[in-house]
Design a protein around this ligand. Structure first.
Ligand code: B3K
Ligand code: ZN
Length: 876
């Protein structure tokens, strides 16, 4: 393969020709599908006559080509690796092509492919070029009319975007359906599904009184697993009307569940295609977390109908325009329908663990990148989650009402257009009257800003001086950084009263909870008229995606944990307190010194466990120690064994000191009533299960018996999976082995449960985890061509910190072997899987060498552009 080239944002030009209408006919066949396309093309008004027509096309066999009905001779067009070029075309014309493609050989799962007996598509970002010759770029928006022809017996259901307008029988046992989508769309939103599917149907009346049919299409055996997705869809539709004034715009909205899918789901116009893991749920097979994930993803894809589909991206550099905004919307939705503080805690824990790591590694990039080799590599935490944090900051900066006016303006001004991030921010500036110029840097500057904060209370003057200093570390290609506009929400908690003090800054009274604006590298804020010394509660609610350092003492943190009025920061104070204790223990482990538990942590936990709280969900979060991955993020150099040992020590110490309290919490939160994925039940279950994991960490008889009983009761998958995980991750293989065996047999027919069965085993801390991965790769339920299976087995193992980072390098080697195989089969998944190896610089020298050696071994292969780009960055 030739060396892949980067493309640059600065090279953007509008397309020379636009497509106004696209007519497609598919004659489905596993190995030889025929695609006939008629494109109605027009020269772009800003482009001169005489420019050649260039269409994208990959892995297509051209069968015929004509312009305005006239067949072209072989010298009238040119085929290349990337597509098709025709010189001398009129200003307005129709182009007919017919190509042949082979869905069954398509293991990349981009374009038209097979999943089991079905045909389905995934076109974002650049999959449509594997279906037909087309200007495969988001700024070409056309109406589509699609006829799908297939075998009536094996493919009774034929779906595409929009509304079905005609159907009928054809000779040789075939039939067809014609679909029309009246909304102009880029081809990345095209979708086709054909198969032996069953549907669940419901209705929704929109705010203007239109009746919409809702359908979820699944394979027959999954008919009982759609209730929650349907209920979530209706909730999301109502929420978007009430919150953003957005109404659905077709008569039909369809969701299809597919087993083989690279991502979670895809927002194709009127025909969302979902990874079955992101849509199917049942109390017996899905955990609370899965129920909540389904609700969030169903909402996310639905919300894209406006933020993404009606208004789309001008080019793929603007990906966060639709993704950052839509993630922010789905996070707000989930917060509104569940526990808002817990949603924020979960999102921020994940963000600070995974996005911070991305920002600190060799693949760091701005929320709007300025170049890429393979756009498929840019569906990242930075584009999605950091993009959402930026939108959240905007909302907080301008206030909800101006934000809503800005969003209305954005949707009305740009409806039916493909636009940029500037267009979005300009609407917010216009609606709020605020200057957002400096704020725009958040989009172009990569890396996680760090704020070093210091404060001093002056008794005599009754003043608190807060000094904030910001700095963003260099990232690849961006050695020098500028100061960002960082909103810091804060409170000053009085040490005597334990209450938020009234804030007066520069003579202005700001209430008790306020936002200050850090715009310079260093700024001083003097709060006056403070009758008592405060402990500052900074960046409340994670008001900006930054690392905030403040020299808190453990007493300060215990004080905030008990008194902060901001639930998020109360949780964060607990995490910081635990991290300080963990730091000492990590050092002790490294130095071979005896580990001693910090009693302040024990006392803080005792207070939490015995206090009367009605927010069990938040309490469960507060009792959860920072994950090994998050602890690792805080260390200058990652020592996987010391981190594991230290965390285990803290957990066991807490369990020993507070055994009775944990036991009481467990007992108090048992519930035999029928399962419902509702906030109160979920909260009680998570609290109960956190308590059980402490009890199991010391493996005393009672804890083990409770886990075993919880597993055997088979009340719901949340409890069963948690108990099975605790047993499998304990030393009690005598109990774990039969439990795993029973579970594996019981659920052998259910791929989504088998995914969980794989993950539980390969994430165990015992030394045999790697051998289990190898063994399970030969299990009949495993398949390298199914992304869910790869994630469940290989992906989960790569998160198993002690075992993936084995000192013999076998963990790295196993991952590299899989990457090398997947590089040919599914480059998008292969490239994602490399991520843990790209973080080599964070580890000790021995591990660095081992990881780099595996990256070199991958580099020596004939690489797909996806894998090439990641490996080159990692070794740069
Ligand atoms: N927009 C899709 C992403 C699919 C891209 C795959 N290469 C999912 C989502 O964000 O909703
Ligand atoms: Zn999305």
């Amino acid at each position: 393969m030739s060396k892949p080239q980067a493309i640059h944002l600065s090279d953007y030009r509008p397309p020379a020709y636009r497509v106004t209408h696209t007519e497609l006919t598919f004659e489905l066949d596993p190995s030889a599908t025929r695609v006939k396309a008629r494109l109605h093309l027009e020269r772009h008004p800003e482009r001169e006559a005489g420019e050649a027509l260039e269409l994208d096309g990959e892995q297509l066999t051209l069968k015929s080509i004509a312009i305005d009905g006239q067949a072209l001779g072989e010298d009238e067009y040119r085929l290349t690796e990337q597509g098709l070029r025709i010189e001398n075309v009129p200003a307005s014309f129709s182009l007919d092509t017919e190509v042949e493609i082979s869905p069954e050989e398509n293991t990349a799962l981009e374009g038209l492919y097979r999943s089991g007996g079905m045909f389905c598509t995934q076109c974002e970002a650049e999959g449509f070029r594997r279906i037909t010759f087309y200007p495969d770029r988001p700024d070409v928006m056309a109406t589509f009319s699609t006829t799908v022809v297939g075998d009536a017996a094996s493919l009774p259901v034929l779906l595409s975007n929009g509304n079905p307008v005609e159907r009928g029988e054809l000779p040789n046992g075939r039939h067809f359906v014609t679909w029309e989508d009246p909304h102009p769309k880029p081809c990345y939103l095209f979708a086709l599904v054909a198969g032996d599917l069953k549907q669940v149907e419901d209705r929704f009346t929109t705010m203007s009184g239109r009746d919409v049919t809702l359908q979820i299409w699944v394979e027959k055996e999954n008919l009982g697993k759609t209730d929650h997705a349907m209920a979530s869809l209706k909730r999301a539709m109502r929420w978007d009307e009430e919150t953003y004034g957005r109404e659905y715009d077709l008569d039909l909205f369809m969701i299809v569940a597919v087993n083989d899918f690279n991502m979670g789901a895809m927002e194709n116009k009127g025909l969302n295609i979902f990874n079955s893991a992101a849509v199917l749920t049942h109390p017996d097979t899905a955990t609370d977390a899965a129920f909540q994930r389904v609700e969030g993803i169903v909402a996310h894809e639905y919300f894209h109908n406006w933020s993404g589909n009606r208004v789309t991206c001008r080019d793929w550099f603007q990906l966060s325009l639709k993704e950052g905004f839509t993630v922010f919307r789905d996070q707000s939705f989930s917060a509104d329908v569940n526990s808002a503080p817990v949603k924020r805690i979960e999102d921020v824990s994940f963000f600070r663990t995974a996005q911070f790591a991305e920002d600190a590694g060799p693949t760091a990039h701005p929320v709007r990148p300025d170049h890429y080799i393979e756009i498929g590599n840019f569906y990242t935490l930075t584009i999605y989650e950091k993009g959402a944090e930026i939108v959240r900051m905007l909302r907080n900066l301008v206030g909800w009402e101006a934000f809503r006016r800005g969003s209305d303006l954005y949707f009305s001004r740009f409806d039916g257009q493909a636009v940029t991030i500037e267009d979005f921010v300009a609407c917010m500036a216009e609606a709020s009257g605020q200057d957002l110029d400096q704020f725009m840097l958040w989009y172009s500057q990569a890396g996680t800003p760090e704020i070093d904060a210091h404060g001093e209370y002056d008794y005599a003057r009754a003043e608190y001086r807060l000094i904030l200093r910001q700095r963003t570390p260099a990232t690849p290609g961006q050695p020098d950084k500028q100061a960002l506009h960082i909103p810091v929400r804060l409170g000053l908690v009085g040490t005597k009263s334990g209450r938020d003090l009234a804030l007066t800054l520069d003579g202005e009274s700001l209430g008790r909870d306020a936002v200050i604006h850090l715009r310079e590298e260093e700024q001083e804020f003097v709060f006056t008229d403070l009758a008592e010394a405060p402990v500052p509660s900074l960046a409340r609610g994670f008001s900006a995606p930054v690392k905030l350092n403040f020299p808190y003492s453990r007493e300060d943190l215990a004080f905030l944990l008990a008194n902060d009025s901001d639930g998020f920061n109360r949780w964060d104070a607990g995490q910081r307190l635990a991290l300080l204790a963990l730091d000492d223990l990590i050092a002790a482990h490294r130095n071979g010194v005896e580990k001693v538990m910090d009693n302040r942590v024990v006392d803080a936990f005792r207070t939490l466990l015995t206090s009367d709280t009605d927010d069990k969900a938040v309490l469960a979060e507060m009792l959860t120690l920072p994950s090994e991955a998050y602890i690792a993020e805080q260390q200058p150099l990652v020592d996987v064994d010391a981190i594991h040992a230290a965390r285990q020590f803290v957990k066991q110490s807490l369990a020993r000191s507070l055994r009775d309290e944990f036991l009481a919490v467990y007992q108090a939160n048992r519930d035999d009533s029928p399962y419902a994925p509702e906030p109160d039940q979920i909260a009680a279950r998570s609290l109960k299960n956190v308590a059980l994991s402490y009890l199991m960490s010391i493996e005393d008889e009672e804890g083990v018996a409770l886990a075993q009983r919880q597993f055997e009761a088979e009340h719901n998958m949340t409890d069963v999976r948690h108990a099975l995980t605790l047993l499998t991750h304990s030393s009690r293989d005598d109990l774990a082995d039969p439990a795993l065996k029973a579970f594996g047999q019981k659920w052998a027919h259910d791929p989504l449960v088998m995914d969980q069965w794989f993950s539980i085993q390969v994430s165990r801390p015992q030394e045999d985890a790697l051998e289990r991965v190898k063994f399970l790769m030969d299990h009949p339920a495993f398949s390298l061509t199914n992304p869910n299976k790869v994630r469940a087995l290989i992906g989960a193992f790569a998160q198993n910190r002690v075992n993936f980072h084995r000192l013999d390098g076998e963990g790295y080697k196993l991952l590299a072997d899989v990457v090398i195989k997947l590089n040919r089969l599914n480059p998008e998944i292969a490239a994602r899987l490399i991520t843990p190896l790209t973080r080599w610089a964070r580890y000790d020298e021995t591990r660095q060498e081992l990881m780099k050696a595996e990256l070199e071994r991958i580099r020596a292969e004939d690489l797909s552009p996806n894998v090439y780009e990641v490996v080159e960055k990692a070794l740069a």
